[in-house]
Ligand binder design. Structure first.
Ligand code: F0G
Length: 345
């Protein structure tokens, strides 16, 4: 029914707020028995790739755009590693206002670029990384007096809490461990705030431990210092100076969780396992949590039998190039039955 309708009573909206709705949220929470059994845990995956623009960003974007409209904004702007721009462009198109997106040139997955373009955003590729694009977008927003819809926009974080509320309603409790990829560190902060709300409302009695996973080449929260030249195949989380670093550190400390990093190889291996043993295709950044759980299991640090929810933040179809580059290609044959039967080994 859309985030603003389903959770409006707990979000900062009034009768003046337009109820923007692309039927975002209410995403499936799926039990992954095969993968979970191998890890010795009860594993659940929240399929945020089922949101209208294919990532978790829609939960926060719907409120950010609704509030921008309420405040009379003429346009929205964002910097992005890809998903924020796809989401912003979709909602801007839906409500009929222009959208400007700044992307790090050559470092955005093909599907995400296609989305921003087809939704009709003005796409500007900068010669720099996400952190630099974010600074530029902020200055441009001020200069032009238009709404900034990155996660520095407080409404994004507030409405992203709905993911945690859904998990608690669905399971009737919080998981023992909440595993999530971390880039700009907004989502982990939002989930932690959301779990705390659920506890305050009496929907859960225990809070989860927050486990944040970063790519080894872009792991400022693991090393505890900004990373000037972030690099990873998981371009969604190719971020060196997370805006919500302090909130995320609080979440991990308060919950008794931890930040951990995984290599690009481990991320790709996890993507294959998720696809071939879970039947779910998630983009590389979304596979960092599973890579992390596998790593913890190997180190005998994953508590046996624990209930674990991992957030699959983005749909695998957003980055077809990375997926295709690591699997066997289709078998080519002529058009005879003989050749077909030979190929069906
Ligand atoms: N997973 C995906 C698929 C993402 O697109 C992002 C962030 C994250 C995880 C990390 O979330 O930033 O809240 O810690 N993508 C942003 C973007 C930065 O521009 O689309 P975070």
């Amino acid at each position: 029914m859309g985030v603003l309708k389903r959770y409006g009573a707990n979000l900062p909206i009034s009768e003046k707020t337009p109820l923007v709705n692309l039927e975002e949220g209410s995403t499936p929470l799926v039990r992954l028995s095969r993968v979970g059994d191998d890890l010795g845990i009860e594993l659940w995956a929240k399929l945020e790739g089922c949101n209208p623009s294919g990532s978790f960003k829609d939960r926060g974007m719907v409120l950010a755009v609704a509030k921008a409209l309420e405040d009379g904004a003429r346009a929205v702007v964002c910097a992005s590693t890809g998903n924020t721009s796809a989401s912003a462009a979709a909602y801007a198109a839906h409500v009929g206002i222009p959208c400007y997106v700044l992307l790090p040139a050559g470092k955005v997955a093909l599907g995400k670029l296609a989305q921003a373009l087809i939704y009709g955003a003005k796409v500007i590729a900068i010669d720099g990384n996400f952190d630099q694009a974010l600074d530029m977008a902020r200055s441009a927003a001020e200069e032009r007096g238009i709404a900034m819809v990155n996660s520095v926009n407080p409404y994004r974080l507030i409405a992203q809490k709905t993911g945690a509320w859904e998990i608690c309603e669905f399971l009737g409790r919080a998981p023992d461990l909440h595993a999530i990829p971390v880039g700009n560190a907004c989502n982990i902060s939002a989930y932690w705030a959301g779990y705390k709300d659920s506890k305050k409302w009496g929907n859960i009695s225990e809070l989860p431990r927050m486990m944040g996973f970063q790519a080894e080449g872009a792991a400022p929260l693991v090393t505890d210092k900004p990373c000037p030249n972030p690099e990873t195949i998981a371009t969604a989380i190719r971020i060196g100076n997370p805006v919500s670093a302090d909130l995320a550190k609080d979440a991990v400390r308060e919950s008794g969780g931890e930040f951990n990093s995984v290599t690009d190889e481990e991320i790709l291996e996890a993507q294959l396992i998720l696809a071939r043993e879970g039947g779910i295709f998630a983009e590389p950044a979304s596979c960092a949590p599973l890579a992390g759980l596998l790593k913890l299991r190997k180190a005998k640090k994953l508590p046996e039998g624990s209930k674990v929810v991992m957030i699959l933040t983005g749909n695998g179809l957003k980055d077809p190039d990375t997926a295709i580059s690591q699997v066997e290609k289709p078998v080519k044959i002529g058009n005879s039955l003989k050749e077909l039967l030979e190929a069906m080994v």
